[in-house]
Every structure is written in C-alpha cells, then in structure tokens.
Write a protein that binds this ligand. Structure first.
Ligand code: FNR
Length: 387
C-alpha cells in the first residue's frame, strides 16, 4: 500500500520536469491566497472568530506546547494510518469538519458539492453541514463510496429536526453529528464590522428551503418571498433552551451513530455517554463561538479519559500534519479539518481541497516515519513531551 508521504516524491519528480506546485505548500500562503480569491464578506466569515480571536489563535498555538519525541530504528518504513470509527473502516483519521458556508467558498457557489467530490477522491469522510448551498441529498450523491455524516443544527421546530434526520438517513449519510455550541451566535467583530451574515441573505439555506416541513409553515414559498423565508429560518434556527433533558429525544431520532459536537468538559462527556451517544466530538468551533476559552487541544485529554471506549473526534486549530499527529497521540480517534479546506476550495476548487488533504496526510505520515511511529496505535500521550 502506498504511503501518504509519497506525495512529496510526486512533487519533487515534477520539479525535475520544471513543474512547481500551483497550489500553496504552507497554511500562511493558503490563507493569503484565499483572502485574494474571496469577497471581503465571505473571507471575513471564514477567517474570523469570536471577540479578539484570542481563543481561535490559541487553538493553533497550543499545539506547540506538545513535542513529539523521536524514536530511532523503530521499523516505521511503512505506516498504517487506518482507523475504525463507528462502523467505518477508514484509510486515514482525517475528516472534513462541517463548514456552513463552504458553498460560498467555491467560485460557482456549489462548494458543498466540490467538497463531497474531494471526499470521494481522497476517501476522507465529509461531515455535511445543515447550512449548505445544495440540498443534503445532492451532497450525499456526490460522495460516491466515501462515507459522510450529517451535521445537525437542531431547529426549534422538532418536526423539522426529525425531517432533516430522516432525509439524511434516506440519502445515505452514516452518522449524525449534533452541534451543541451554536444555540446562539457568538460575537464576531469582523462580520459585525461588515454588517454581514450570509444566511440572513438567504444563502446556504438549501436544506431548509427544500424541506416540506419548513415550507409548509411559510405563507409564501422561498421562491416567491426569499426574505420572509430567510427570516423564518433566523427565528427558528435553534432552540436556545435545548438541555440535557432533550438528549433522549435526539437519541430517539435515529439508529445511526449519534455524536455530540462542541464537548470540552468531562462531565458533559459522561452525560452524553449516559444518554446513549455513540461518539464525542471535542471542539470549540475553531474559536468562532466563544472567545476567552481554553485551546481545544488542551481539553482533549480529559475528554478522552471521560469517554472511555466511546470514540472521540477532535477539531479546532489543525493546520498541519504535526497537529493531526499530536491530536491522535492525545487520544483522538479522528481529526477534523476546517478552515484549511475552505481556503483550499477558495484557491483551487475541488483540486484545492484534494491538495490540502493530501498535504496534511503526507506531512502527518512523514512525521510518523521520521520519528519512528509506524501506526496510530503507537501514538500515545507518552509519545509527547510537554514543553
Ligand atoms: C464552521 N464550523 C461549523 N461547525 C458546525 O458544526 N456546523 C457548521 O455549519 C459550521 N460552520 C462553520 C463555518 C465556518 C466558516 C468555519 C470556519 C467553521 C466549525 C467547524 O466544524 C470546526 O469546528 C472548525 O472549523 C475548527 O476550527 P479550525 O480548525 O477551522 O480553526
């Protein structure tokens, strides 16, 4: 089986023919070029976070406090990055985190479909957001044989929530991720300065506008009166009073694996597991929702310990392969990528996402090779020194 790190050989060999990569090889360059490719409003929405973005930046910086300890002559010529996760046998631990305006990051406005096609090409599963520019059925169809999960923002209307889950099941999604940290929108100065929130303009609401339950409660169809439909979405986007008492209802909606996203406290892990969830998704939403919080990676060890045998997916702050490796060593079963693939899409379309994923996997794989960790099972907290 080829190693993911072989991607570097491919690049160097093309260099012999005078060909350099047209897509960026560093995250900083990727972000710079994404800014040049996107409108000010969309770039602000993707790049920006809550408050002064301290937590968002800390998510990345905190990885530097952990150092991978090199092991020599450890037999890591071949690496096995495969993982088992909630019924899925995956070639790598990478996942495409749900990104609600990914649709707008594509030049043609169909970024959800481009992401699904990139998932199909790489085998990296996509977690499709509730807030998509194309209906979830079309996204699922573009995934091909690669598995996908559907991310649910729980609407205030429970019938609508049930309808989304039913549709996701029928479309072939293989897990439901309920995001808990966005019952209310965080304070985002960059977007506030532009007075811009894409969904209020009716963007990325395809799942709502195509839903019979949502449509039945409107006076006029979204096609006749898009503004009223967007307003109805805003008023019913979430139920801010959702509580642990509602977990039994969420659980009852599906037999698919159920994960809760936004978990950072071990007590919340225990409540989730007691309530019958199948997976925990440790994340602080990339620092977009609450500023002043701890770095997500610093919350991961206690979340993993509390989860026991229940698998933990992690995201927030992953920018390079070293971050993937460190999150795995701290106990994540799978690692979500957010902004990097949104920028990849902005810069290079579907190919741009594939490039970002291949680069992350190659870097992680080569790091494991150089430092003597042949498989994910070898990556334990003991592989890290705390700096
Ligand atoms: C997100 N995220 C997100 N999460 C979710 O559960 N549903 C969603 O619709 C969205 N939408 C969304 C839009 C944008 C533009 C971003 C950047 C992020 C959060 C996402 O799943 C993930 O938690 C973060 O992206 C992780 O942080 P980093 O690594 O991107 O900084």
């Amino acid at each position: 089986m080829p190693n993911y790190g072989d991607f570097q050989l491919e690049i160097y060999l093309q260099g012999l023919a005078g060909v350099r990569p047209s897509l960026p090889m560093t995250y900083a360059e990727l972000a710079r070029r994404a800014e040049a490719s996107l409108s000010q409003e969309v770039f602000s929405y993707v790049a920006g976070g809550a408050g002064d973005e301290h937590t968002q930046d800390l998510n990345v910086a905190a990885f530097d406090r952990y150092g991978l300890i090199p092991r020599m002559l450890a037999g890591a010529a071949e690496r096995d990055l495969s993982v088992e996760l909630l019924g899925l046998s995956l070639a790598s631990p990478l996942m495409l985190a749900p990104v609600g305006v990914i649709g707008l990051c594509a030049q043609d406005g169909h970024g959800d479909l481009a992401t699904a096609r990139a998932a199909a090409r790489t085998g990296v599963p996509m977690i499709a957001s509730t807030l998509s520019a194309d209906p979830l059925e079309d996204v699922a169809a573009a995934l091909g044989d690669t598995p996908g999960w559907f991310q649910l923002y729980t609407p205030a209307d429970r019938e609508l929530a049930a309808s989304f889950v039913r549709r996701a099941e029928a479309a072939g999604f293989q897990g439901i991720v309920v995001t808990l940290d966005t019952q209310i929108l965080g304070w985002r100065p960059r977007d506030l300065a532009l007075a811009s929130f894409p969904q209020l303009q009716g963007k990325c609401l395809a799942n709502y506008f195509s839903d019979e339950v949502f449509r039945a409660k409107l006076d006029k169809t979204p096609e006749e009166d898009p503004r009223a439909a967007a307003l109805a979405w805003a008023l019913g986007f979430s139920d801010p009073a959702l509580s642990w008492d509602d977990l039994a209802w969420l659980r009852s909606l599906t037999d698919l694996p159920l994960l809760l996203k936004g978990i950072g406290h071990p007590e919340d892990v225990r409540r989730a597991v007691d309530g019958g969830v199948d997976g925990i998704y440790c994340s602080n939403h990339g620092g977009r929702q609450a500023n002043g919080g701890a770095a997500a990676i610093d919350l991961l060890p206690a979340v993993v310990a509390a989860a026991g045998d229940v698998p933990v997916v992690f995201d927030s702050g992953v920018r390079g392969g070293e971050h993937v490796v460190k999150a795995l060593a701290l106990g994540a079963r799978a690692v979500g990528v957010g902004r990097p693939y949104a920028y990849g899409l902005a810069v290079g379309g579907e190919d741009g996402i594939v490039h970002v994923l291949r680069s992350l996997l190659a870097e992680a794989d080569l790091l494991m090779a150089v430092d003597g960790y042949a498989s994910i099972a070898d990556l334990t907290p003991e592989a890290l020194s705390a700096r």
